[in-house]
Write a protein that binds this ligand. Structure first.
Ligand code: FES
Length: 219
């Protein structure tokens, strides 16, 4: 669930501009589209704005993560010659864009049916207890924000979470706490399966189906 979209909140900065590093990527994104179709670059530009703010936040004290202020949406609307409200519509539709400040690490729990059947509630509870904050909240040190989202397309390795750009899969309360502890120290935990499973191979190994068939005496 996204935080409320409040264009007039106190935390909204008055201005936004892409810095030198990001200006280059903005130009490249706009040039990908034919003349007269530059508005198609709205999604990559919003993503770049969020990433620039994440970089600024990682170097700040207290730290914070990437989000998109109204000033950035208005700036992008100007760059692409489109009405600001059309940019607001895009930002408010997709859960990948954060419309309010978040922590350096945005933990997105998938709790759709396959993850739920495999214990996503236990992962959410373990995380809340470990960090001392609830879903929709940020830890006082600005490090973690918790958010619940719909299916992230990794159901075969459920339960899973997305933290910033990475997926952590085959979670248990114990290995979830290990991931959080590593991130607390800005270490890079192993991404993907936390049980060593390769990609989405069967949890019981590459010969799982033939083993089952033998056991059932059907081969
Ligand atoms: S249900 Fe969780 S990734 Fe699809």
């Amino acid at each position: 669930m996204k935080k409320p979209f409040d264009l007039h909140a106190d935390y909204q900065p008055e201005s936004f501009e892409f810095n030198k590093k990001f200006k280059k990527s903005v130009k490249e994104a706009i040039e990908r589209y034919p003349s007269g179709r530059q508005q198609s670059a709205v999604m990559p530009l919003l993503d770049l704005a969020q990433r620039q703010i994440a970089e600024e936040g990682a170097a700040s004290n207290p730290i914070y993560g990437g989000w998109i202020p109204k000033a950035a949406m208005d700036h992008i609307a100007g760059l692409l010659d489109m009405p600001p409200v059309k940019v607001y519509e895009v930002v408010s539709f997709y859960s990948m864009y954060n419309t309010a400040p978040v922590g350096k690490y945005l933990v997105q729990f998938c709790s759709t049916t396959p993850c739920w059947l495999n214990g996503s509630n236990d992962i959410i509870t373990a995380t809340k207890d470990h960090l001392g904050v609830g879903v929709g909240e940020t830890t006082p040190d600005g490090r973690f924000t918790l958010m619940e989202v719909e299916c992230l397309g990794a159901c075969v390795n459920a339960p899973m979470v997305q933290i910033n750009d990475d997926y952590y899969e085959d979670l248990t309360p114990d290995n979830m706490r290990e991931v959080l502890n590593s991130l607390s120290e800005d270490l890079k935990p192993t991404i993907g399966s936390q049980t060593g499973r390769k990609a989405s191979m069967p949890a019981c190994g590459p010969t799982c189906l033939s083993d089952q068939a033998k056991k059932a005496k059907v081969v």
